[in-house]
Design a protein around this ligand. Structure first.
Ligand SMILES: Nc1ncnc2c1ncn2[C@@H]1O[C@H](COP(=O)(O)OP(=O)(O)O)[C@@H](O)[C@H]1O
Ligand SMILES: [Mg+2]
Length: 298
């Protein structure tokens, strides 16, 4: 376990040492979230490094990462805890003769029969240190789930009717992400430090690329970043994220490309764009025009 950083610079350096290039505002939000023990709420386009920052924090602080992937229909049983009915049934069978009813029901709702899910694991009072709790893609969960989350986030506790209230000894380091397919309720946001994760500038994206795909030739890396930044200025249905930049670079390395040429771009567009309409728009003359622009600028 490592101590939390004591300044914004130290935060940025520690993130970088663990493979994450953070812009100043994000390093500031992260630093403050750690110091003030407030959840960090990250919103932005897919593939901009929101999930990655939680993973990086866990590695950097040497804490366990507990991940709650949100989805439609996620409820208490999936997020916090569930009673192990099968084991309870078995216990009832075995106790059918001996124990009294009261004894049995007290026994059946003891921690022995509880299946802890991510949220309960994160606030387990027996945790030796605060884990990193990643609540990923909260916008995928239904709104009622946010109300429940509120109690957990404000008190770092969960009340289980049959057992009582379970409260964290070390409040977890919480990172919440949203791809903004819908707005998250104000009440949740108010408990968090908010940061909008934007697409990186060309300079920063090149830095990420050097870090993540160290084998890419310099000229190729610059062209890749230039091309992708150009695509992001277009009116596409889904813009490529940093994840796509990295993926494309790896693909181009596999093809032994040293520089971008129209044919290679053409044949690998599917790594960058995942909608046929977008591919159709970029394919051919648009790609060639963009490529010429990139080459001229470098
Ligand atoms: N600032 C960054 N520094 C280093 N790697 C990054 C950064 N942003 C994105 N990445 C890379 O992009 C990938 C996708 O990021 P991810 O966190 O999954 O995106 P999101 O959660 O925003 O959809 C990560 O696996 C990581 O390799
Ligand atoms: Mg993500």
């Amino acid at each position: 376990m490592t101590d939390t950083p004591t300044s914004i610079d130290e935060t940025a350096q520690a993130l970088l040492a663990n493979g994450y290039v953070a812009q100043r505002e994000l390093a500031t939000a992260t630093f403050l979230a750690l110091r003030l023990q407030r959840p960090l709420f990250l919103e932005g386009e897919p593939g901009t490094g929101k999930t990655e920052i939680a993973k990086t924090l866990a590695a950097m602080l040497q804490r366990p990462l507990i991940r709650l992937q949100c989805y439609e229909g996620l409820d208490l049983a999936g997020a916090a805890y569930e009673w192990n009915y099968a084991r309870q049934m078995l216990e009832i069978r075995m106790a059918e003769e001996g124990a009294s009813r009261e004894q049995l029901s007290a026994e059946l709702f003891s921690p022995r029969f509880l299946i802890p899910r991510a949220l309960l694991q994160a606030i387990d009072p027996t945790n030796a240190a605060a884990p990193v709790l990643l609540i990923d893609e909260l916008d995928r969960a239904d709104e009622p789930f946010e109300a429940f989350l509120l109690e957990v986030l404000s008190e770092f506790q969960i009340t289980i009717p049959e057992l009582g209230t379970i409260k964290a000894t070390h409040p977890p380091i919480v990172v919440i992400t949203s791809n903004r397919t819908r707005e998250i309720h104000d009440a949740v946001k108010r408990r968090c430090l908010y940061h909008w994760v934007d697409f990186p500038s060309a300079v920063r994206e090149l830095e990420i690329l050097r870090l993540r795909v160290p084998g890419a030739p310099e000229e190729l890396a610059r062209q890749i970043v230039g091309f992708i930044q150009g695509l992001r200025a277009m009116d596409l249905y889904k813009l490529p994220g940093v994840a796509e930049t990295i993926e494309w670079s790896r693909a181009l390395l596999e093809l032994n490309a040293l520089v971008l040429d129209p044919e290679t771009v053409q044949s690998t567009l599917g790594v960058l764009l995942k909608y046929q309409d977008d591919i159709a728009r970029v394919q051919g003359s648009e790609a060639a025009r963009l490529l010429a622009e990139v080459r001229a600028a470098l």
